[in-house]
Structure formats: C-alpha cells, structure tokens
Design a protein around this ligand. Sequence first.
Ligand code: HSE
Length: 336
Amino acid sequence: MGTRPVIIEGELSLAREIGYMVPAKAVRVEAYCSTANLGAGFDVFALALNKFVDRVQVRTTNTRTITIKARGPFGRELPRDPNKNSAGPPARALLDKSGLNMGIEITLEKNVPPGLGLGSSGATAAACTQAMNNLLQLDLSSDELVQTASIGEAAVSGTAHTDNVGASLLGGFVIAYGKPLRTVSVKPPAKLSVVVVSPKTRPRKNKTSLARSLVPKKIETGNAVLNVGRASAIALGFARGDLDLIGSGMEDAIAEPHRESLVPGYRSVRMIALAAHASGVAISGAGPSIVALVDKTKHDPKKIGRVMVREFSKNNVESTFFVTGPAGAARVIRRE
Ligand code: HSE
C-alpha cells in the first residue's frame, strides 16, 4: 500500500465534499463463528458456522485513541482494554497503517458465546478487521486481512493463530497456511450439516492458552506423516464435495491426544457418533465443544446429536447440542 496523506479531522467534511478519498464515518460488519482444526488440520483448517454472528461497528473520532464498547448477550464478559480484547490490536495496526491522524470507537455486539471452542475471539477480530479495512479504504487482500485479524487472537490466547479468523473472514472451509501466510476458501458441499455438542465443563480462564500449552512443541515424524495424509484427504474432500473423504481425515495425531483430558468422555462420544453415521468427528478448536460432520441427505443430524448427548451423560457429563451448517464470509452491513 502506498503512503497516504494525513488528513486532519477538521478537513474531513470538506475533503468528502470535493470527492477526495477519505474514510467513511462508521462501518458495521458481521462475522460468523467457526470450528477450527477439523482433526488433522491443527491451526490450519477451519469452517465458518451459520449459528452465532458477532457485529462490530467502527467509527472515526478525533481523540486519537481506540475505545471499546460492548453489548449483546456476551458483551458484559469482554475486556474493554483494547490490548486485551481481540478487536483492539487489529484496529490499532490498521489505523497506524492508514497514517490517518484520528481515533476509533469500536462497538461490539457480542453474540458468539466465549469459551465453547467456536472461535468467539476470532469472530470479533475478523469483524473488526474487515470493518477497519472498509472504513479506512485499505483494500487489503484476503491474506492480509487474515494475518491482521490474527494479532487479535494473540492478545487473547497468546498465539496469533489464523484458522478461526480465516473462516470468520472468508467464510466456508478455509485453509490458512505457510509463511508468509496464504489463505484459500472453498464453498462446502450443500449436503453438509454440522452437529455441535457442548459439554458443560468447568469454565476455565485462558482456556485456549491452556489447551495450546498441552500440545507438544515437537512431534514425531510418524505423527506428522499421519496428519499430512489426513489433512490432504480433508482438503481434497472439500474440493470434491466428498463428505466421506473429509471424514476419513478427521483424526488428529498432534493436538487431540494431548487435549482429550479437557473433554471427559470425548473418545466414547466420538466412537458413538461415528457408529451413528457421522462422517467425521473432532474437538472444535481448543474445545470443549465437539463437532460431527453429517451428510444430511442420508442421516438425521439431530438424531446423531441426541446420541452424542446421551453418551456424554453416560460419562456423567451434561451437554447440549445444536445443528447448523456452513456460513459465508464477513460482510459489511452498514456504511455511513
Ligand atoms: N487452532 C486453535 C487451537 C484454535 O486449536 O488452539 C483455537 O480456537
């Protein structure tokens, strides 16, 4: 991006009148929740889910600071400190990149429940990044958007993982990989239903950091080989719209074996769901929710959800489920 002239706040309305490229006053964007990893795709794969949506409005101010307000069902739980909220760092980075001499007021409508493993912080970061991109007319590429949103994840979990923000920004099934980061998104097959089962485990502070600390820093070649093969099957399965192929790859040798203890009963719930004809089952992101992918043209996703809940209860774990499907990309819903 080229260098932009600095426009001081008092000149904005005049600049707008004469058609000069200046930021909008406010932009509102919505972004969906997501499930990351899908088994073998630890930190690389994610699927946007059409269940909960975060809405983020960014508004220019002349304070030169970034402030955060939050409302919605989960707004009260969110930190307002821009360094601790996943919206803050992307907003700061893009404001700095724009070279504009102004402040930003961020208003979050927080609908994605935190702590379930459904990419809650990622949805907020994604919506804020796309809103800032639009507000400041930065014209960022998909790769740049995802990279920028991931710094919001770092503020919350300590690591700038790109999978959840990738799905919330780009929609569908997303592969976010490599250095420098590259992203690919594919529209999932229409027959795909996703059953999400959430066990009522003890709420933990810094849940994602804890789950990430359980993943070994080094892995054995044999496990890397298993995951490369399975992840390839998942990617090709999405490209071909083949749910059996996707499901065949949804087994992880890197993270899940070390995280299972966070989801009591996971192994038996997984087995029972596969026996009930789920195509594939995985821990959703850092958990504790579990996702089962189901071909809804052949099997009843609700029935599979009920079977999974029953199996959790046999393990003395209360749980609830819902059935959803893939969601689209983050989108601007208001610009003024
Ligand atoms: N890939 C990340 C993890 C997602 O599993 O830690 C966290 O939401």
